[in-house]
Design a protein around this ligand. Structure first.
Ligand code: MG
Length: 348
């Protein structure tokens, strides 16, 4: 009898439909998992809405995450859900401040795994300096876990996808293709050391702040406040997709140099075997930054000092054409067409 009780106590708990009932089981799940790990003054008030002190312009964004597998080399769906929204806020020149998160959880999902993912979210939010101030939980009969995050930030600079000017330089903040290669490796059962690059690029928000606080001074270098014209995180569809969006919105062309595209050797090898191109592959911790030509080297220096951006490099420039052109290793020119459809579903 004793043995039986012990076994029952040790049995791993799974999510049941009652956890989504809105009753005591839901309250217990919220207290034991979400409040416990996300705790902050605003969330713990447990009001129907978070009340936030904001002044001036705010940036507001939302994203849903359905990645498969939920945990992979370098990250998990929770880390992805925080980083994706944080990086989208930074992309418009904002300092991320508050997130909300909605969890849609399949019946039978392990509570232990859920807690692991929630802890990962909490740690990433701390690193990014954001508070998770509101949330929601639903339980459905379908298997799996899906997370939506929305985020709000203070706008401190007026960068825009429509702002890139002819002659400006294009910085990519690090090696391309790692997130997609990591997910593909997990799905295909390929053993390697490729880690997803998923990361909150919060160091880049500091560039705006430094420009704002001392308009002509970044690390003792004279830089104009408007030196940075565009920022966009390089996610699904990869670098080429972002460049096409930029060309359309800023009414320009782009020339990039194949020899300057940063890719680590392991991803390069992985792509060679599978016939993939890193410039079309998804990343979750990389930013494209367009900088006025005369400040490009100084901004690059600053970017390289930001966490996760040490391999940042200038990959090309804005032209007065309308195409995205790649100067190949042997000196030829190739027009890069946009990605027609995503070859790999549920990558983020
Ligand atoms: Mg984005």
């Amino acid at each position: 009898m004793q043995l039986k009780i012990k076994k029952a106590q040790n049995k791993k708990m799974d999510i049941t439909m009652s956890h989504g009932s809105g009753g005591q089981m839901t309250a217990k799940l919220i207290n034991d998992i979400f409040f416990k790990h996300f705790q902050n003054d605003i969330l713990l008030k447990a009001e129907d809405s978070a009340v936030l002190d904001m002044n001036g312009k705010i940036a507001f964004t939302t994203d849903s995450f359905v990645v498969e597998p939920l945990e992979f080399n370098g990250g998990d769906i929770g880390k992805l859900a925080v980083c994706g929204t944080v990086n989208d806020l930074i992309s418009v020149g904002a300092r991320p401040l508050y997130l909300t998160c909605g969890f849609i959880i399949g019946e039978g999902f392990s509570i232990e795994q859920l807690e692991r993912i929630v802890i990962s979210m909490s740690e990433t939010a701390k690193e990014a300096g954001v508070k998770i101030v509101a949330g929601d939980t639903k339980v459905i009969e379908t298997k799996g876990l899906f997370i939506n995050t929305s985020g709000i930030g203070d706008v401190i600079s007026s960068v825009s996808i429509s702002n890139s000017k002819k002659g400006s330089k294009i910085i990519v903040t690090g090696n391309l293709g790692e997130h997609q290669a990591s997910i593909m490796s997990a799905r295909m059962g390929i053993e390697n050391n490729i880690k997803s690059d998923v990361a909150p690029l919060i160091g880049l928000a500091n560039i705006f702040e430094k420009l704002q606080n001392s308009p002509k001074n970044i690390d003792n270098s004279e830089i104009s406040k408007t030196a940075i014209q565009t920022m966009r995180d390089i996610t699904r569809g990869g670098l080429v997709t972002v460049l096409h969006e930029l060309c359309e919105k800023s009414n320009c062309g782009v020339l990039i140099y194949e020899k300057k595209i940063p890719v680590c050797n392991e991803v390069k090898g992985f792509c060679d075997i599978l016939g993939l191109e890193p410039i079309y592959m998804a990343n979750e911790g990389k930013m494209l930054i367009v900088v006025e030509e005369k400040y490009a080297d100084k901004v690059l220096e600053f970017v390289k000092n930001c966490l996760y951006c040490e391999n940042a490099t200038i990959v090309g420039e804005i032209t007065d054409g309308s195409d995205v052109i790649l100067k190949t290793l042997i000196g030829g020119e190739r027009i890069l067409s946009p990605l027609y459809s995503e070859g790999l579903p549920r990558i983020c």
